[in-house]
Design a protein around this ligand. Structure first.
Ligand code: HAM
Length: 433
């Protein structure tokens, strides 16, 4: 008998689930503020949905198997292919632009480490049927506003923003041939993590990007901010044109007052193969964690998977890294009370009153508990404390004889006698007061 969950899979004890619920409800609140509607799809999909367009990295991490009907299937590692299929199937009926969000659980066979597990939940927000750069700004603003709703500021998190079209134009103008472009993207994606020896090694193979050099690529990867990018763009008119959507999206974010959250950074390439334009990742400012969120524009995926030409963009935000960040910043809500009111009784004869009052209070929407077997009042009040109840009501033979009960405020320690007949209303008023 195995006594542990599989490596990389989580047991959610109630305090863990409370944090997960806090994350999900904040995600829903902000996504709906942007007019996004919630959808879902199947957790198991045909294998070729992913082998078609997601790229090697994610295909190598698939949980795939043959089902009993001998079909090749996979647990979903990401939501975007499912979304593309669903939208393409009803593209004619859906009002554009489509604004949809989902909170799927996803499965990837990855090496387990901090912030990386074999299952995670991911907020997916996607906008389909809109090619303007205002749509890119809208999606990035939504990701930033989720961070703000958790209490995070530009001191805590930053969006690193790039555009594959700009990077392609710059690399081309530096001399990278078309057939080496994807190798150049991979190099730029990894350049920050390369050791000096690995860089040396790469430089010793001058033919890979010729006539461009490894130094060219390193220089491009170091471009930060608009001044540096403009200097690079001045070298060719084609690049200036390629940078128009990126500039427009940035300016829109600035007009929303969100510029402090955003940094231009051409090393953001994104691992998934289907991105075609603006790409971004959201990181903790201290860069101690992996990305909280990543996304971008994927204008060809609906055509490739569903035969419908519709531009699209969106992001995925994982719960694992986000929870680490909230814990690091002390932003996990501390109210773990599971009940509002504990009802204690002294003798078995008082129990009927407790049962009746518990029912009235629960009907009024309060969270109520009482002891399920007779025990000393002291012990009952200890349970009330452990549950972090705000109020305890105690009823015994003396109170019953007076037609009253005692209501104790467990935070301030004060108590008062309350008529039994109006106790439910009084307790509710105290809870809301
Ligand atoms: P992704 O970059 O693969 O994008 O994942 C997005 C986020 O999900 C990551 O930044 C990370 O926080 C979280 N994540 C990914 N893998 C794991 C893991 N093994 N353990 C914990 N968290 C993880 C996508 O999946 C795209 N489909 C997002 C997208 C939607 N692009 C456009 N629309």
């Amino acid at each position: 008998m195995k006594t542990k969950a599989l490596a990389g899979f989580r047991d959610f004890y109630p305090t863990d689930l409370a944090l997960r619920s806090h994350i999900f409800s904040t995600w829903r609140t902000v996504a709906t503020r942007y007019g996004f509607e919630e959808y879902d799809g199947p957790p198991v999909e045909p294998l070729d949905l992913y082998t078609a367009k997601s790229g090697e990295e994610i295909v190598g991490q698939l949980y795939n198997f043959k089902d009993k009907g001998d079909r090749d299937v996979a647990l979903r590692p990401e939501m975007t292919p499912t979304l593309a299929r669903m939208v393409a199937a009803r593209a004619g009926e859906l009002k554009k632009p489509i604004r949809w969000f989902s909170i799927p659980q996803l499965f990837r066979y990855e090496r387990q480490q901090r912030g990386r597990l074999r299952e995670h939940f991911q907020l997916n927000c996607d906008l389909i049927g809109e090619s303007s750069s205002l749509a890119d700004a809208e999606i990035i603003a939504l990701a930033i506003d989720v961070m703000r709703a958790f209490g995070l500021s530009p001191r805590d998190v930053r969006v690193r923003l790039s555009d594959r079209r700009v990077l392609t134009a710059i690399l081309r103008q530096r001399g990278v041939p078309a057939q080496s472009m994807s190798t150049a993207f991979e190099f730029i994606d990894k350049v920050e993590r390369l050791t000096p020896e690995q860089l040396q090694e790469a430089s010793s193979r001058p033919d890979v990007f010729a006539p461009a050099t490894v130094l060219d690529l390193v220089e491009v990867s170091q471009i930060r901010g608009w001044d540096a990018l403009d200097r690079e763009l001045e070298r060719a008119a084609e690049s200036v044109k390629a940078a128009v959507p990126l500039r427009e999206a940035y300016e829109a974010l600035a007009a929303m007052g969100l510029a402090d959250f955003v940094e231009l950074d051409l090393t953001i390439v994104r691992g998934l193969a289907y991105y075609t334009g603006i790409v971004f990742e959201l990181f903790d400012a201290g860069r101690t964690l992996r990305a909280v969120c990543g996304g971008g524009r994927y204008d060809n995926l609906l055509q490739d998977l569903g035969g419908v030409a519709l531009p699209a963009l969106g992001f995925g935000m994982g719960d694992v890294v986000l929870a680490e960040l909230l814990k690091d910043k002390g932003l996990v809500p501390s109210d773990n009370a599971s009940i509002d009111v504990f009802l204690a009784f002294i003798t078995q004869d008082d129990l009927t009153h407790v049962l009746a009052l518990a029912h009235q209070l629960r009907d009024k929407g309060l969270r109520v508990e009482y002891a399920l077997s007779p025990q000393a009042v002291g012990k009952q009040l200890k349970l009330a404390d452990a549950r972090q109840a705000r109020l305890a009501a105690v009823i015994g033979p003396d109170e019953r004889a007076r037609g009253e009960l005692i209501v104790k405020d467990l935070r301030s320690g004060t108590q008062q006698a309350v008529p039994y007949s109006t106790a439910a209303d009084t307790i509710r008023a105290r809870m809301h007061g």
